[in-house]
Design a protein around this ligand. Structure first.
Ligand SMILES: Nc1ncnc2c1ncn2[C@@H]1O[C@H](COP(=O)(O)OP(=O)(O)OP(=O)(O)O)[C@@H](O)[C@H]1O
Ligand SMILES: [Mg+2]
Length: 630
């Protein structure tokens, strides 16, 4: 019989145990009078039978339990007179156990079938009620004859399949017309109900969004495994619960959003994902906020906590930006000469990487709206917006096949903020929430759906990813702005993933590239945790005020303390201290150093940060507690 599960083993176990218990009772009660034994057996039989009846509700199982009790009592009475240890008694005992094993197994299997049926019935009733609820919901707004046939729960709400009446009185448009009324009657956000075509003209699929997934922040998932630019990577979640993926290779990306919409945050997410790519080298330009975007990505390298910087060439002023852009154009030209007639385009690899220039606050580079504020920013002899626009346009137009790409973030997409030649080359466009409908129309002119979605988004970090051939939807981008988290990513990728330009690329990028760190030394010093002289002075003062931490210290401990102190607020790993001591011919084993560091922490002289870094503990009352993110 299909669906019947006969569990012989279980039945044999239960009946076998019962039979053994009966046998033991018979042996133990051989000399006691029969009546009390039978009385106890009767009470047990009734109790067990009632228990089975209540537990299973099965008549057959209850009868079996009662039958087993009575049979056992009868056998006990028989052996009380006739004795146990002879063939007839033992055969009866064994036979009883066997019969009840078989009967029990079958009865239990049948009981399971009944249970399954009841469950299925219950499920059907529930489904019918659920379908009726969705059918009635449409009836509630005056749509009759449309029946719900399938309901699926999703991450954000429900997807319901409806069958339209065969006479054609209700069409999909009829339903679309009532979508807004459904939102109102169900107290949902505007635009939460959408109707789409099903498998045929008579079927409609309704998407009902009941939860605003765009509201909650989604932290950047700290998966730091290596990626490649040749495959899509995720930058957040789509509203329907799927990952928001972009395939960045060969595309330029423009990000538009008002102040506070989340541009810099999204650029951080993009830098994080690109920094995991083994075949991408990242340059960065951030003029407007003097490197607010770039500094956190470089700081761990400046502080010598990692081997390579995430941003291989940062620019925070117009002159440096010009050098970055001009060098990239040289690279594009050199690559196109070298590869002419060989490959149509470069396949990015770790040895032949893609270059991506990330630009925040692009309007500060390109704008030709010379307000007084902007004009003041141009120093004499610095490149003008026209020059920079021209350079960036060259890269965007010609870089594609040479694996030189750009990501551009700016507040508005009008031509005065970002050259229209650049915008038109951007196959990926991300409009962040709170952008005006006019701005949305300018950014994604041919996509009314995208414009509509943008118009209803209200939370920072939400946006629409637009690509010509893709249906746009609302997305929530990961949140990534905590400098400590950025530092963790930068440390990891700097030690394990970041590639370097090959010799050919270096030559093409030229002397401006080669000499960038010398030129940028003052900027790096400013971004470093230790370089600020006034900070350092204050820091030393505070150390001086501490209760003499060096009292009774050995030479290596004094030196270790100095090394930890040198690393300032960022702190240092024990391994680095060990290496430094070793370089100075001071030998200490790791366990001893770690024990000592812990003692120092217990005594309030040092502290261990969340990332396993050790630093000198500053005490309240000193002016320098809680240094800012610098
Ligand atoms: N994905 C996100 N999830 C949650 N909150 C976010 C997200 N993105 C941004 N925010 C919030 O919005 C604030 C502003 O973000 P951000 O600085 O990135 O905006 P912006 O567009 O660069 O602004 P500005 O034009 O001033 O530079 C952040 O401090 C954060 O609180
Ligand atoms: Mg910003």
């Amino acid at each position: 019989m299909r669906g019947v599960r006969v569990n012989w083993v279980r039945s044999a176990e239960t009946c076998g145990l019962f039979a053994l218990a009966v046998l033991a009772t018979a042996t133990l009660t051989g000399s006691t009078p029969l009546l009390p034994v039978l009385l106890v057996a009767a009470v047990l039989t009734v109790t067990i039978s009632v228990g089975v009846a209540v537990q299973t509700g099965s008549g057959a199982l209850t009868q079996l339990a009662a039958g087993a009790g009575i049979t056992a009592s009868a056998w006990l009475a028989y052996v009380h007179h006739a004795g146990i240890w002879h063939a007839a008694a033992l055969i009866m005992w064994a036979l009883g156990a066997l019969v009840y094993t078989v009967a029990g197994a079958i009865a239990y299997a049948k009981h399971l079938v009944v249970l399954d049926k009841a469950e299925a019935e219950h499920e059907r009733a529930r489904n019918t009620a659920e379908l009726r609820r969705w059918t009635d919901m449409l009836a509630g707004v005056g749509i009759e004859g449309v029946t719900a046939t399938r309901v699926v729960k999703t991450r954000v709400g429900h997807t319901i399949t409806y069958t339209l009446p065969k006479d054609g009185t209700v069409k999909i448009q009829t339903l679309r017309d009532v979508a807004e009324r459904l939102d109102i009657s169900r107290e949902l956000q505007p635009g939460s109900t959408e109707f789409g075509v099903g498998r045929h003209a008579g079927e409609v699929v309704m998407q009902s969004r009941e939860r605003d997934v765009l509201k909650d922040a989604v932290p950047y998932p700290m998966d730091l495994s290596p990626l490649t630019i040749n495959e899509p990577f995720d930058i957040g979640w789509s509203e329907d619960g799927s990952l928001c993926l972009i395939l960045f290779r060969e595309v330029r990306l423009i990000i538009i959003g008002e102040t506070g919409a989340g541009k810099t945050n999204l650029l951080n997410v993009l830098i994080a994902q690109l920094s995991r790519c083994v075949d991408v080298i990242i340059f960065g330009i951030d003029i407007g906020k003097s490197g607010r975007l770039l500094a956190p990505w470089l700081r761990p390298w400046i502080n010598k906590q990692t081997n390579r910087p995430v941003i291989d060439w940062p620019a925070t002023d117009r002159a440096e930006a010009e050098r970055v852009l001009a060098s990239l154009i040289n690279l594009v030209k050199a690559r196109s000469r070298a590869f002419a007639g060989k490959n149509a385009k470069i396949e990015p690899t770790a040895g032949q990487p893609t270059y991506v220039v990330v630009i925040d606050e692009a309007a500060d580079l390109f704008t030709t709206d010379e307000t007084r504020e902007y004009r003041d920013k141009y120093a004499e002899g610095q490149p003008t917006p026209r020059v920079l626009s021209w350079l960036a346009t060259q890269i965007v137009n010609k870089g594609r096949s040479e694996a030189v790409d750009a990501i551009i973030g700016t507040q508005r997409s009008v031509a005065s903020h970002v050259p229209s030649n650049i915008k038109s080359q951007c196959a990926y466009r991300i409009g962040l929430g709170t952008t005006t409908i006019g701005e949305a129309a300018n950014l994604m002119p041919d996509s009314p759906i995208a414009q509509k979605i943008m118009a209803i988004m209200r939370h920072a970090g939400t946006g629409v990813v637009w690509r010509k051939d893709k249906r746009p939807h609302a997305d929530k981008f990961y949140q990534l702005e905590d400098p400590e988290i950025i530092a963790r990513i930068a440390e990891h990728v700097g030690d394990h993933i970041r590639p370097e330009p090959n010799e050919f690329d270096r030559a093409a990028l030229g002397s401006d590239y080669a000499s960038r760190w010398q030129r940028l030394a003052p900027l790096l010093a400013e971004w470093s945790d230790m370089a600020d002289a006034s900070q350092q002075g204050m820091f030393e003062q505070i150390v001086a005020q501490l209760p003499d931490p060096e009292a009774g210290m050995r030479t290596w401990q004094k030196r270790a303390r100095e090394i930890v102190g040198k690393h300032g607020r960022v702190g240092v790993r024990p391994g680095v201290v060990l290496r430094q001591l070793d370089a100075e011919n001071i030998t200490v084993d790791r366990a001893t150093l770690q024990r000592w560091l812990r003692t120092q922490a217990n005594d309030g002289f040092m502290e261990n940060t969340r990332h396993g870094m050790w630093r000198i503990k500053l005490h309240d009352g000193g002016q320098a507690t809680g240094t800012d993110g610098r």
